[in-house]
Design a protein around this ligand. Sequence first.
Ligand code: SF4
Ligand code: SF4
Length: 411
Amino acid sequence: MAEYNKLQPDLSFVRNVMEAGGDTVKRCYQCATCSVVCPLSTPENTFPRKEMLWTQWGLADKVAGDVDVWLCHQCADCTVYCPRDARPGDVLGAIRASAIRYYSRPKALADMLSKPGGVVGAIIAAAVFILAVAAMWAQVTGEGFPFPEGVVVYDKFLSVIPIDAVFLSLVAFVLFVCYNGVINFWGDISKGAGLPLSYTGSVPTPSLGTLLGKYTWPAVSDILSHARFKKCGQTAERARGHLWLLWAFIILFVVTNFVFVAEDLLYNAMHLIGPVTPMPLYHPVKLLANFGAILMISGIWLIKTMRDKKTEENVLKSSAQDWTLIWLIFAVGATGIGSEVFRLINVAQIAYPVYVFHLACVFVLFLSLPYTKFGHLVYRSTAYVFQKWAEDVKAGRAGFGLEKPSGAGEH
Ligand code: SF4
Ligand code: SF4
């Protein structure tokens, strides 16, 4: 008697995708128009038609193992041409949102940070926490709290020691969650990519050295130039805003690390140099920091404007999560510039509260990395690296011993 493979639909996966903005998925009737217009589709790999079917059927494992989901930049060409208004571009966006939630731990944080109210609550909680740390620090230093005496200097309110303690703990936590998520994600896409198995029957796994040495730079170079993003059709103008934002994050990352090394390590911890903050406005690092902040605000504003326009044109569907992340990034940039301006004009009653709000927004933005759409940075980058490595494995260029070595297993 013939054996049949029974499908095991995961209805919670379908529900999650529909709730995350993919509620049109069931309209798809598999005409494949989307695959004709999608730049990622090939005759052997009809993307995203098959992903629409897998999602309708609740085949969560298939979708989780599909790296193409992460190579799609939501250009929305498929959405525009779909005759059933099934909006495959939006469905793929919802699949990515569900995947980020799936790979994150603890889930409670993902649930909280996916809602605007949760993000506002997190900012308030972070601000209260920062104020509590500053109050304790004032006991140590004898400075006034919440407004230290004299000209506005943020070091008097909260010096590098408590700030480093708070933010380095956060960095360690976020990196740990991201690491776990990426390992599980890599495992899933490795299983789903149809890679040739090794002679032991296992899916090939690259060494970290191979990945970093050979595959990371080509992927990073793609990301830094947004080369793929620029090929998007209906939403190509999104590339500029995203690119500005990416470079703003890179610049601010460099500046923050410079201050950490120079002020916190070389000055405060080792006493090898004098203090480097507050920096004069003409200091090259200060100039770079201000450039980064302006780039961040301009980039996020471009993204917001484009999203408004494309939502109005019915090309993109924007979820509450999309808008929350946009406003959170905007708040980080605006409060950063506000802290500097009110410090320079020396208005303590505004400067210190704005500074606390800025630190709280930075805290929540960083915390949201593994839990929200911000996680695209992590998973899409991983997908880029994976794709380049998988191409080499399939073409036999990755140097894996897929064949059984002579003598192996013989006794
Ligand atoms: S998503 Fe739309 S275009 Fe694509 S197969 Fe389904 S109905 Fe056709
Ligand atoms: S949004 Fe663009 S890249 Fe993504 S599936 Fe649709 S056509 Fe393809």
